[in-house]
Design a protein around this ligand. Structure first.
Ligand SMILES: [Zn+2]
Length: 481
């Protein structure tokens, strides 16, 4: 069965994916490095990692109390959103929790999603390693390292950079199918209840979620969802969960109206971005005048390339919710994709004004400024990128834009250094070294930029020849092999 990994219907639209503000970046980790930068066309078995400020915020509001309850530091947990309609969540090596968009869309309320995240957190905090023979374990080491870098790359918001890093989709095929032992599953269930209780939440959602899908599986021909391939849900398992969940003092706690509202917005946004517009119009009919439905339809019109209709709907939403930065972000995205960069800039500027600390919003703004091709404004873009990079220093896409801005300014040394940073951020040491060496030649010696370029060369596995060249250029005789 062929599955599309793109949040957009046509591959042609994928080239714009990384500039899309709504789901800011569609990262396809499955591609070879030979593809044209920016073209994120995934192949079977790949996974798309998605960045979106609004959704990440909601996920963290939901998850951070659970991470804390598990004794983890929330900011150290990499929570990745996977653009895949299949229902799945998985944990890798206790470092990263992956949540499929399909899972989020299938959860009836925040508490169910939190329950699943708590279960995955149980695997992460419990240090569970996936079931594998010793031989497979030997092969896991490089794979996990690759993933670590890939996670960084994806978190950095650079689709093609991540693509260049991870050339093989096999790894991710493996990840999707990682299974834990029955004992580890039981332990994760029990840990989930503990974490939910400790964070003042009910474990009811996890029980409900398992129950819903147990029922569904009886009637489906095959086990349809990956999550339930790795999580066989038996009546016994559910009973065990339920019994202990019901004993907890917070079992009857329900989601707050705010949490429910955020969850519905997240579901609507993901549904609209992940499905063909017609499906969104069926699910969120014109009769439904709720905020999530209006939001979903605006996204669907945008995806249907009905730009005017999309803008009209977004403006109507803005009239009702004038301080929502994500509406301006979406508006900027719509304009940017049809080449109206000046209008895109106006909208993105407003989103930044409303949420100045969000790096992805600043990156959108910088991109819209750069796209207008006015060299005199390169500095403006650079300032926004610097602010974004101050928060996400390894955001490879920001470095890429930075490189473009310096090129526009006529500063090729700084441009090559930014390109080196971009490659370095995704762990592409070969290209990082090549760009950094070139930057050193172009930059004034002993400036901070020149020293940074030198550092990148030194940590990027330089060859003996590289060191020889550098030593010749700089008098760093001690570097000579
Ligand atoms: Zn599990």
């Amino acid at each position: 069965m062929s599955r599309s990994h793109l949040p957009f219907p046509a591959a042609a639209r994928a080239s714009a994916a990384r500039s899309l503000a709504g789901l800011a970046v569609s990262v396809s980790l499955a591609l070879g490095p030979c593809l044209t930068p920016g073209v994120a066309r995934a192949q079977e078995g790949g996974i798309n990692l998605i960045r979106d400020t609004e959704i990440e915020e909601t996920l963290h509001v939901d998850s951070d109390p659970i991470f804390k309850a598990a004794g983890l530091v929330p900011k150290d947990v990499t929570l990745m959103l996977v653009g895949d309609k299949d229902l799945n969540a998985f944990t890798v090596n206790g470092q990263a929790i992956f949540v499929n968009t399909g899972l989020i869309v299938e959860t009836a309320n925040p508490n169910q999603l939190e329950g699943v995240i708590a279960h995955e957190t149980g695997h992460a905090a419990g240090g569970h390693s996936a079931r594998s023979g010793d031989m497979e374990k030997a092969m896991m080491a490089p794979f996990l390292m690759t993933l670590g870098l890939g996670v960084l790359a994806a978190a950095a918001g650079a689709p093609d950079a991540a693509i260049a890093l991870i050339g093989s989709s096999q790894y991710f095929g493996v990840i999707n199918m990682l299974t834990f032992s029955r004992a580890q599953e039981a332990a994760a269930d029990q840990a989930a209840i503990t974490y939910m209780e400790r964070s003042g939440k009910s474990a009811r959602g996890l029980v409900e979620f398992f129950e819903n899908f147990r029922y569904e599986e009886v009637f489906s021909e095959a086990r349809r969802f990956k999550f339930f391939q790795s999580h066989p849900v038996s009546g016994e398992r559910i009973e065990l969960l339920r019994r202990r969940a019901e004993e907890q003092p917070h079992f009857n706690v329900t989601d707050s109206p705010e949490d429910i509202a955020r969850h519905e917005v997240m579901k609507a946004k993901l549904f609209a971005f992940m499905n063909p517009p017609q499906q969104t119009f069926i699910k969120y009919t014109e009769k439904d005048t709720s905020y999530p439905a209006r939001y979903a339809r605006a996204i669907a019109y945008y995806k249907a390339l009905e730009t005017e209709h999309a803008i009209r709907d977004i403006d109507a939403l803005i009239a009702d919710y004038p301080t929502n930065p994500y509406l301006y972000e979406l508006k900027g995205q719509v304009y940017f994709e049809v080449g109206k960069s000046a209008l895109a800039e106006q909208a993105h500027a407003k989103s930044v004004e409303l949420k100045p600390g969000a790096p992805l919003l600043r990156i959108n703004l910088a991109q819209a400024i750069i796209a207008q091709g006015d060299a005199k404004r390169a500095d403006e873009a650079i300032v926004h990128l610097q602010k974004a990079l101050a928060v996400e220093g390894d955001n490879a896409f920001a470095w890429r834009l930075m490189s473009q801005a310096y090129d526009a300014k006529g500063e090729p040394g700084a441009a090559r250094l930014a390109a080196a940073e971009e490659r370095f951020a995704v762990g592409d040491m070969t290209q990082a070294r090549i760009f950094a060496l070139r930057a050193r030649q172009l930059l004034a010696r002993d400036t901070p930029q020149w020293r940074r370029a030198t550092d990148i060369v030194l940590v990027s596995n330089p060859t003996k020849d590289d060191l020889k060249v550098m030593a010749g250029q700089t008098g760093l005789a001690h570097l000579q092999p």
